[in-house]
Design a protein around this ligand. Structure first.
Ligand code: ZN
Ligand code: ZN
Ligand code: ZN
Length: 551
């Protein structure tokens, strides 16, 4: 079938030389000992193994788990599948952040593991695909695209951190959700699907309690597995006392950790030094000339850069609009700024920063994480890369700066995203024998999402959120499609979006709500203008067949 698709030019056939280099050949592997399971864990694991053995596709199994459970059990389940001569796909949100898991797998399995993700060179990818096709690799670990791996005798598909939005590909064609594909692929191949997360997505938890998935709640103290003390600092008050980015409590706590030889994480989901440059005289904002996005100031390189298309330009002394030079001001702070601000306050405290700017080279994540873990720095500063997944036994303090900004993003999932990030960040503190502390600096200290996340109270958050979704008709109560019309000609894009929308309205059966056409959240990217409208309804397969007809 692939050949005919190539002939029809749906696919383009390309010859790529296989590349023998191994992504992890420089990583150190240590033999890890499998740990004992408790009774609940054993029962749920047995159920999975049973369905793999019988070669039947059951409802997806959902594990609301904690990290520890996950680490222990996923590899056990795979082990059993292999023993039954089945192969397995294990999906993770971001492979670069999964080095610890991969190390564990490598040390435990003699079988070849294929690792697939989009950042690998085409030579590396080809090599891995050959290993999968020939049956040499029985385990595939990868990001969303690994769901397409041509593996034979598939018995088990695991989707780890199921809530992560990177499982969805929307900015590139083909547009797909790897979670849905996993469930479909399992159905076709009579395989078993396991979904898991410590902070389930609202839709998945809804499916789980409505019996679309088999729900397993795996820890008696789910979400409370760490006993971190959480404090929310009201930054509106704090900013009156000092002009610092850090509250006094956070500074004091960092100092104490340093004296005790313990480590700190500081999480801020914005990189760069300043997030924008303004003229206060005429209120001009420096934006990318290709995108409708403010430019970020990077101090080390002394440039303004666009985080969407990579465009770089010199910083300016004068306003291009009013030529004033007195009122050019930088605003907003990112991780680079936080790092130098902390150095200015505590010259003796060593820091490591992990964000997209410090990890441009291959393996730089692993190197930096290892340096921090081995104690080469006292404080790790970073974007969401540092809160996803990794385990640092000596971290006893987590500082969370300005996560609440993301609550203002006009997206019905923004509360969910913030809840997950804050919960995950809180979970980084005191995960071993040392007690942990979390300090959340917030400009919205009364916000429910922040408060519930600080208590790691998923169920209350779910109850509030599902009510809102119901009230406003958002998923899981309806399905939603976003139609994006893009063109280098702004007028054309807008016109066509409206034209297409009108045509659609004429062809659509009742039961759909079509929103008005608006410029996209990022209205201009790489010189292309984008307009969009949303469609909500209950029958998306029907919608997509109508879309096919209308376009
Ligand atoms: Zn940058
Ligand atoms: Zn100006
Ligand atoms: Zn740009």
């Amino acid at each position: 079938p692939i050949d005919s698709l190539v002939r029809k030019k749906v696919f383009i056939s390309k010859k790529v030389l296989a590349d023998e280099t191994d992504i992890l050949k420089n990583a150190e592997f240590f033999q890890t000992k499998p740990k004992k399971l408790n009774n609940d864990q054993k029962v749920s694991l047995d159920k999975i193994v049973e369905s793999v053995k019988k070669n039947i596709n059951l409802k997806p199994t959902y594990f609301w788990n904690n990290r520890k459970w996950q680490n222990r059990n996923l590899s056990k389940a795979i082990q059993k599948a292999l023993a039954l001569n089945k192969s397995a796909i294990m999906m993770v949100p971001e492979i670069a952040l999964t080095s610890q898991t991969i190390e564990r797998f490598r040390s435990r399995f003699k079988e070849k593991i294929a690792i697939i993700h989009h950042k690998r060179s085409s030579g590396e990818k080809t090599k891995e695909w050959e290993n999968i096709l020939s049956g040499k690799a029985k385990i595939v670990i990868g990001a969303r695209s690994s769901i397409f791996a041509p593996i034979k005798d598939l018995g088990l598909i695991i989707l780890d951190e199921e809530h992560d939005q990177s499982y969805k590909q929307t900015d590139e064609m083909p547009s797909y959700n790897a979670k849905h594909l996993a469930i479909m692929r399992a159905k076709f191949s009579n395989a078993t699907v396991v979904l898991g997360s410590a902070t389930p997505s609202i839709e998945s938890y809804y499916n789980a309690i409505n019996k679309k998935y088999t729900l397993n709640i795996l820890s008696k103290r789910i979400g409370k597995s760490n006993l971190a003390q959480v404090k929310i600092i009201n930054m509106k008050e704090e900013i009156k006392k000092s002009k610092s980015y850090f509250s006094n409590d956070l500074l004091e706590a960092i100092k104490q950790r340093h004296e005790k030889g313990e480590q700190t994480l500081i999480f801020l989901n914005r990189r760069g030094y300043n997030t924008s440059l303004h003229c206060l005289d005429c209120s001009y904002v420096f934006k990318c000339k290709h995108c409708d996005i403010t430019l970020t100031y990077h101090k080390k390189e002394n440039i303004l850069s666009c985080h969407s298309c990579g465009f770089k330009t010199h910083t300016a002394q004068n306003c291009p609009e009013c030529k004033s030079s007195e009122y050019i001001k930088y605003k907003g702070f990112g991780t680079e700024h936080i790092q130098s601000a902390l150095h200015a306050i505590f010259p003796n405290i060593k820091t490591i920063r992990i964000d997209r700017d410090t990890t441009t080279q291959k393996h730089s994540h692993e190197t930096l994480f290892k340096q921090f873990k081995s104690g080469k720095a006292d404080v790790l500063i970073g974007t969401q890369m540092i809160v996803k997944g990794l385990h640092f036994p000596s971290v006893t303090l987590v500082g969370i700066l300005n996560t609440d900004g993301a609550l203002n993003i006009p997206d019905f999932r923004s509360s969910e995203t913030v809840f997950q990030l804050v919960t995950q960040a809180c979970g980084r503190a005191g995960r071993s024998t040392l007690p942990g502390e979390v300090i959340i600096q917030s400009y919205m200290p009364e916000n429910d999402t922040i408060k519930l996340a600080s208590h790691q109270d998923y169920l209350s958050f779910y109850k509030t959120e599902i009510e809102n979704r119901k009230l406003f008709g958002y998923p899981p109560f309806t399905q939603m499609a976003k139609i994006v019309i893009a063109s280098q000609d702004e007028k054309k894009a807008g016109h066509y979006a409206n034209f297409f929308r009108d045509k659609l309205i004429k062809n659509l059966t009742s039961g759909y709500k079509i929103h008005p056409v608006l410029p996209s959240g990022r209205a201009k990217v790489k010189d292309v203008f984008r307009f969009q409208f949303l469609i909500r309804g209950k029958n998306m397969p029907l919608l997509s067949s109508i879309l096919d007809k209308v376009k």
